[in-house]
Design a protein around this ligand. Structure first.
Ligand SMILES: [Ca+2]
Ligand SMILES: [Ca+2]
Length: 173
């Protein structure tokens, strides 16, 4: 059994995972995918994720590249106006790692999911965008039928309309 050596980070140390996307502290975002720059010589990566920075859950492990398909792994859409936290832990040798290096705990805050056009207000413009994609399927990839598939179910239908009504005339605090 090898004992892992956890190295102590210094700011912007290229040995550590850094430069998260979305940016640390970004607001009004709705990311499908989380990416970052790997530390030097990192071979595998685990990602931890959640709404409590003190209690993050393992989202994905043994990733070969610095990218995680957030929405597909969750199998769900993100909550509106919610701050999520995430942290990356990288190791060198996949099977017998001699070190692991953790990123800082990064965060981002989501927009309202029903704010299709991203102006931080749920209004007629969002409704008309939803209507223009009505019953479109399958919505996938990065755009989710231009955001009209509010709940990321891959179809624009009444469920999305219900979510829009729920957030009608609402802005994130
Ligand atoms: Ca809007
Ligand atoms: Ca949908």
């Amino acid at each position: 059994m090898t004992t892992l050596i956890s190295k102590v980070r210094v700011p912007n140390d290229p040995n550590f995972p850094g430069f998260p996307v979305p940016d640390d502290g970004a607001t009004g975002v709705d990311p499908n995918i989380l990416t970052w720059d790997s530390g030097l010589e990192a071979k595998k990566r685990d990602v931890y994720f959640g709404t409590d920075p003190e209690d993050l859950a393992l989202l994905a492990e043994d990733l070969l590249s610095p990218s995680v398909d957030l929405v597909n792994i969750l199998g769900d859409y993100l909550d509106s106006c919610t701050t999520y936290y995430w942290q990356v832990v990288e190791t060198n040798e996949p099977n017998t790692p001699t070190w692991e290096r953790a990123s800082l705990v990064w965060s981002f805050t989501t927009k309202m999911m029903a704010d299709v056009n991203g102006d931080n207000f749920v209004s007629l413009e969002d409704f008309s965008q939803l209507a223009s994609h009505w019953l479109e399927s399958p919505c996938a990839g990065d755009s989710w039928c231009s955001g009209a598939d509010i709940n990321r179910s891959k179809e624009v239908n009444k469920e999305d309309l219900d979510l829009l009504i729920l957030e009608w005339l609402y802005t994130c605090p």
